[in-house]
Design a protein around this ligand. Structure first.
Ligand code: ADP
Length: 482
């Protein structure tokens, strides 16, 4: 039998200009920055640029700039005028979409198909959505003349760099706050390109400030007395440290933390669609997704059929160059993350689960992990309890719907869950029992700026997106505000 292979379909990187070195974006212009560190392309380990390590002094300068911009300009503008800037930013993001997508794939390792079709369009959509809110805050049942907090400190992770930036900056600005944002240390480049977009949109200086750096920079931002509100997305461990740091202060916080979502397949589920949903749930963005469907719960009657179809489907996943338009699974974002995935996977082997990956050649350079499933997993295994943040699926089985719910909720997290069933009544019943902030039925990993996102238990505090997310950036909108 003749088999055909895909020819490479590489997206050109010429649209992107990367400077050899970047400073911070403070008060409308770029500083020189200091203590630069290399930012590498995770798919081939080449150095893309050098990023400044923000000090407490840099944070202080940025917070001052944000305060002055808040008091002298931004808080004085009407919602309608603020909305115009947000619309302008949204349109520029659309105009420069290809540039953002290519840069994101180079810096993060995610497939161009995803950065092009998901991350960048959704980032623009968040600005459009919140632009529409800016002049309607007084009429949305959020209290009498809701007011902004002032200066927001925002810290984002590396899995969706430009998208997480837009989740944070768009509602903050729409509500009338100014911002100091710190991107993750391995993925600062699209945030720095966004700083150029702020200049292009002629956003008043100091309304958005971007200070790059690592955890120490983030901690300096959290601890700065001039910050009124913290918005953080990242690990539960750091989220807890932030909660401790701000407990004695008046700072408000939203924390979007880890997850270990159950994706539950009932015996009446449409199997082919379900298999697509399972693949999307765990292999989208290399599994670097806090709401990833990393625990698959299969009803025993259909477990064998689902698993055999899933294996056939997984063998078709194309792993490789993130800039190739045919690539499904790109590079792991960093060597540290690759080590974590390897370590947790090894614990799966050691604790007696059975590992399976399709035959798949990965490039020699760079950080790679094949799509992997573990069967024979029990609730006690580390791979069933800890967030793996990689393309690794743990498979468990259940007999009764009640058992599925008990297993699904048996986790310190509660960010998301998936339900696969043809029965509407069963879906509604299960959704009512699951302790998860976001529940998808017969689909997975669907995002929309109008839909609030957030978790129960150790998955975090508060919601982002939609009207709920907006209230976190407004004083009178939250009952616990002064
Ligand atoms: P991950 O495990 O996904 O890398 P982290 O929680 O370590 O998640 O990182 C998410 C973001 O939080 C990054 O921007 C990182 O630099 C920042 N960060 C790390 N440690 C701290 C800290 N102690 N205080 C504030 N921010 C931090």
């Amino acid at each position: 039998m003749t088999t055909f292979d895909y020819a490479p379909a590489l997206e050109s990187r010429t649209i992107v200009t990367i400077d050899p070195q970047y400073g911070h974006f403070i008060n409308g212009s770029f500083t020189k920055g200091s203590n630069h560190f290399a930012s590498i392309n995770p798919s081939d380990e080449t150095v893309l640029s050098h990023i400044a390590l923000g000090s407490a002094q840099d944070i202080d300068t940025a917070v001052d700039a944000a305060r002055v911009a808040y008091e002298s300009v931004w808080s004085k503008l009407s919602g309608k005028e603020r909305g115009k800037y947000l619309y302008r930013i949204a349109r520029i993001l659309q105009e420069r979409a290809r540039e953002f997508a290519v840069l994101e794939s180079l810096d993060n390792g995610k497939p161009i198909r995803e950065s092009r079709d998901v991350d960048v369009p959704l980032a623009a959509a968040h600005f459009f959505y919140h632009a529409g809110w800016a002049d309607k805050l007084d009429y949305a049942g959020m209290g009498n003349s809701p007011r902004p907090h002032g200066v927001a400190g925002q810290i984002i992770p590396w899995n969706f760099p430009i998208l997480m930036l837009s989740w944070k900056i768009a509602p903050a600005l729409a509500a009338g706050n100014t911002v100091v944002l710190k991107p993750a240390e391995t993925t600062s480049l699209t945030a720095l390109l966004f700083a150029q977009v702020c200049q292009q949109a002629e956003l008043p200086a100091g309304v958005v400030n971007i200070v790059t750096g690592d955890g120490s920079t983030g901690a300096a931002l959290v601890e700065h007395p001039g910050i009124d509100k913290i918005a953080f997305t990242g690990s539960t461990e750091v989220g807890k440290a932030i909660a401790r740091a701000i407990a004695p202060t008046k700072k408000k916080a939203t924390l979007e933390l880890g997850g270990k979502a159950a994706n539950i397949v009932f015996e009446d589920a449409p199997i082919d669609e379900t298999v697509e949903g399972i693949v999307n749930g765990i292999f989208f963005n290399q599994g670097h997704v806090c709401c990833a469907g990393s625990r698959l719960l299969l009803q025993e009657d259909v477990a064998e059929e689902v698993l055999s179809k899933l294996k056939v489907r997984m063998a078709k996943i194309r792993v490789g160059d993130p800039l190739d338009k045919n690539t499904d699974l790109g590079a792991i974002n960093s060597s540290e993350q690759l080590l974590k995935i390897r370590d947790l996977s090894k614990s799966g082997d050691d604790e007696g689960a059975e590992r399976w990956s399709p035959p798949c050649a990965v490039p020699e350079k760079g950080f790679w992990f094949p799509p992997t499933i573990f069967t024979g997993v029990t609730q006690a295994h580390r791979i069933a309890r800890e967030e793996i943040f990689g393309p690794v699926l743990s498979v468990l089985t259940f007999r009764t719907p009640q058992e599925a719910i008990e297993k699904a909720n048996n986790t310190p997290y509660g960010l998301s869950a998936g339900i696969w069933s043809e029965k509407g009544s069963r879906i509604l019943w299960a959704a009512g029992q699951l302790k998860a902030g976001v529940i998808w039925a017969n689909t997975f990993n669907k995002f929309d700026p109008a839909s609030p996102f957030g978790g129960y238990k150790e998955s975090g505090w508060g919601r982002e997106g939609g009207r709920h997310g907006l209230t976190a950036y407004l004083k009178d909108a939250e009952s616990n505000n002064e």
